[in-house]
Design a protein around this ligand. Structure first.
Ligand SMILES: NC(=O)c1ccc[n+]([C@@H]2O[C@H](COP(=O)([O-])OP(=O)(O)OC[C@H]3O[C@@H](n4cnc5c(N)ncnc54)[C@H](O)[C@@H]3O)[C@@H](O)[C@H]2O)c1
Length: 436
């Protein structure tokens, strides 16, 4: 066995600060509280239910991940956050309509105690929203300073040893990297000047990274993966991950596509359409926010199929993604996929998938796992992009000169091998010679 890396113990309270206390955040918070009380199980969470094989198959060592790596205990988590609406977490969870009232009522006092801090928000970046609980400031630097003051006050008030921030706010409009994003110096100048290419999400990310706090972006907007933020994350040794949680349809896509590719079954077209009726759906009804989501959703197939290596099978796939806002469904999204596939001698076949999913139910374990693993990374002294957390994201952050890994099974292997590496265990290679 190799030496484990030095990892500080998970002592004291971990504060998880959520930007946006909407459907995803309230489902995460209520879920953790319910699980702590033994009212429900953390289904979907690798940190809570996953195991990891160590050594050779014959060794029979498969501890739970939570027993193998030093993660924060659920009982040590404190939640806080910001929103443009003033509702406390109980009221916000009722508005979101994801969890049953009976469950929410059984943990009502804990939820009511979590009240949103006032947000940094500008409607230019999320056109379909407006709300009263918004900070005023003389420029964006002033707003970032106010967030830093919030963070420090929260840490002191709740006696937290460590913090993590997750952007679970609405999807902002599509944005490309611009000159202001190229260095920390130009970004800070942009904050002072109130530059338009700095959306609210970047102000939060900047505040977190300035404080050396890990940051995850659960949404697709351009936020933490610009050179200025990477420079800052390296300086303060803050781990970052994202973007856009891999839940519903894209999760299924990255499960099915590697299977088709493994058996060299060709794909001519992949048509995906969704209906959803939550606030996220309403925001995505705006074409500029949808463009951000569309870009994020479309990239996975190209990387998985590698058309440059397999032109006969995957060149010029017709890939269409639609999202339609349809209020009656609320958070219960329905997705349809039609996949036109090609087999031996070019014979066509079709595959149809109809997924009736619950968006926030699939998202909550990702928020929890991201926060716990980022906290682990911080205690292990690993700053910057945590590519091993690609497993959870539709548009995974990756090193600039490398392509992102989208295959869910390779992503899981990366994640588990990183944990083995951190703890000084051998990698599992599945080599047949020694019956690994
Ligand atoms: N649920 C999923 O499966 C899933 C998957 C991937 C990504 N996402 C993304 O996660 C995000 C949250 O999703 P949701 O379903 O909870 O949406 P939601 O609309 O229920 O919640 C978002 C909340 O963020 C708040 N908000 C917006 N801008 C803010 C700001 N600048 N500061 C503070 N609060 C702000 C809104 O007021 C709202 O309460 C969305 O961007 C969504 O696209 C969700």
């Amino acid at each position: 066995m190799k030496q484990p890396l030095e990892i500080a113990p998970a002592q004291g309270k971990l504060g998880i600060l959520l930007v946006g206390l909407g459907a995803v955040s309230t489902t995460t918070i209520a879920g953790v509280i319910a699980i702590r009380k033994g009212l429900a199980k953390p289904i979907g969470s690798l940190t809570q239910m996953g195991t990891i094989r160590l050594g050779k198959r014959a060794d029979g060592r498969s501890p739970k991940i939570s027993e193998f790596v030093p993660l924060a205990d659920l009982n040590d988590i404190v939640f806080g956050g910001w929103d443009i609406f003033e509702e406390d977490c109980y009221a916000a969870a009722c508005t979101a309509g994801v969890l049953e009232r009976q469950l929410l009522d059984s943990i009502r006092p804990e939820l009511e105690a979590i009240k949103p801090m006032s947000a940094v928000f500008d409607q230019r970046y999320v056109k379909r929203l407006s709300g009263p609980n918004v900070k005023k400031g003389k420029n964006k630097k002033d707003l970032a300073d106010q967030l830093i003051a919030d963070i420090r006050a929260f840490k002191a008030q709740h006696n937290c040893a460590r913090l993590v921030m997750v952007w679970a706010g609405s999807t902002e409009v599509f944005m490309k990297e611009g000159p202001v994003h190229q260095s920390l110096a130009s970004f800070e100048k942009g904050l002072e000047l109130g530059d338009d290419t700095i959306p609210s999400s970047m102000v939060y990310a900047y505040a977190a990274l300035m404080e050396g706090i890990p940051f995850a972006n659960a949404a697709p907007n351009l936020t933490a993966d610009i050179p200025a933020m990477l420079e800052l994350a390296a300086k303060t040794k803050a781990p970052i991950c994202g973007n856009d949680m891999k839940t519903g349809q894209t999760l299924i896509k990255t499960i099915i596509a590697p299977g088709l590719k493994a058996r060299l079954i060709g794909v001519k077209g992949w048509y995906s359409t969704n209906i959803l009726g939550n606030r996220d759906g309403e925001v995505l009804d705006d074409p500029e926010s949808f463009k951000t989501k569309e870009e994020s959703k479309k990239s996975a197939l190209d990387y998985i199929f590698q058309p440059h290596l397999y032109p006969d099978l995957y060149k010029d796939i017709s890939h269409v993604v639609r999202i339609n806002y349809y209020p009656p469904r609320g958070d219960n999204k329905e997705g349809w996929d039609n996949i036109d596939i090609v087999g031996w001698l070019g014979y066509p076949m079709q595959l149809k998938i109809n997924f009736l999913c619950r968006d926030s139910i699939l998202a909550a374990p990702i928020v929890l796992d991201s926060a716990l693993f980022l906290d682990l990374a911080k205690r292990a002294g690993r700053g910057g992009i945590q590519e091993w957390l690609s497993f959870y994201y539709k548009a995974p952050m990756h090193a600039k000169d490398l392509y992102p890994e989208h295959d869910l099974f390779i992503q899981l292997m990366k994640l588990k091998n990183t944990l083995r590496h951190l703890m000084g265990e051998e990698m599992v290679t599945h080599l047949v010679e020694d019956y690994d």
